[in-house]
Ligand binder design. Structure first.
Ligand code: LMR
Length: 330
């Protein structure tokens, strides 16, 4: 090969390398945000707000793609997918981290938190903040909590006292505490993905389920569940989560901006959750498809007494000092 030919090849190879490096630099970082609920929910709205803020502030540098309604991954797969780098952001319910940490089980203890203000106080306090990092060794980082709200019990018959739920089948999220909660009232819990709940109810494969007003409304559970007991027996909140590897690799300036957008989107999502707890409840009443069962104090007390032994059952795994801190937040 002649000298000029060699020079030519070297030049071409260098040019190709420079071009591909420039292209790589120019390509935006993609954040896939996968979730299971409808867009008109606190989480759906939060995800869309996050995308909007990032589009506005980090155009060309970061691109957010939101996948609602279990389109990309259901909650049973999303964390594995995150560890493989197939998705960068998700916000599963706090009840869906059983495989990765035991401490978050605290949020499933029935009748632990009096209301959402108590939940907020606990999450923002020392213990709640420590829990964000409880899965770091497993490769997952919690970036913040997002509210949905208090759970209600829907069913094919009216549930006034725990005995009404006896031998009935309830769909639950993948949480051992929630399983124990239904076993405590002699009911049968079934762990099933959110995407299957409507069909299970419609075909009467199960008798009931527990969820927030916004999930019951947006997924039309109220159309196939003639009774909803206003029990407020537990909380359904989320952990906004990312992979430690993805997060550590983000350039510092981008990370700061992404986190800021996320915090603002969470604040927005929380305000949506507070409104929806009232408005979606009202829309269900107005639909006349489902009757709301309001409990007397004495009736509610029966549920408390039947379910509260679950606390002791999980005290060892969760930690008594954590449960005490939660009680303090009430
Ligand atoms: C459920 O599975 O019932 C909820 O976790 C769905 C959700 O993300 O709100």
């Amino acid at each position: 090969m002649s000298k000029s030919m060699r020079l030519m090849i070297t030049l071409l190879v260098t040019l190709a390398l420079v071009a591909s490096a420039t292209l790589a630099m120019a390509r935006p970082i993609v954040i896939k945000f996968s979730h299971v609920v409808a867009e008109n929910t606190p989480k759906g709205q939060m995800a869309n707000k996050f995308k909007e803020l990032v589009d506005e502030r980090l155009a060309g540098k970061v691109e957010v793609e939101v996948f609602p309604n279990s389109q990309l991954f259901g909650d049973n797969k999303v964390l594995e997918a995150m560890l493989l780098g197939d998705v960068q952001l998700a916000a599963p319910s706090l009840s869906k981290f059983n495989k990765y940490t035991k401490s978050l089980q605290i949020f499933d203890l029935p009748f632990l938190f009096k209301d959402m203000a108590a939940v907020e106080k606990f999450q923002q306090g020392e213990v709640g903040q420590k829990m964000l990092m409880s899965m770091k060794k497993k490769g997952l980082i919690g970036l913040g909590y997002l509210h949905n709200g208090m759970k209600q019990l829907s069913a094919s018959s009216a549930l006034r006292i725990p005995a009404d739920a006896k031998h009935k089948k309830f769909r639950i999220m993948s949480s051992d505490v929630l399983a124990a909660q239904f076993e405590a009232i002699d009911a049968m819990p079934l762990k099933k993905p959110f995407s299957e709940v409507f069909t299970l109810l419609q075909t009467k494969a199960i008798d009931g389920q527990e969820n927030t007003w916004s999930n019951i409304y947006s997924k039309k559970f109220y159309e196939v569940q003639p009774y909803i007991t206003e029990s407020n027996h537990g909380v359904l909140d989320y952990l906004v989560i990312t992979s430690a590897e993805f997060w550590m690799d983000l350039p510092e300036d981008i990370k700061v901006e992404v986190k800021k957008a996320l915090d603002e989107a969470i604040t927005f999502g929380n305000s949506v959750s507070a409104q929806k707890a009232i408005n979606d409840r009202q829309k269900i009443i107005d639909s006349k498809r489902s009757k709301i069962v309001e409990l007397t104090d004495a009736e509610r007390q029966q549920w408390v007494e039947a379910m509260k032994p679950v606390w002791k059952q999980f005290e060892g795994e969760i930690g008594k000092e954590y449960i005490d801190a939660a009680i303090q937040s009430n």
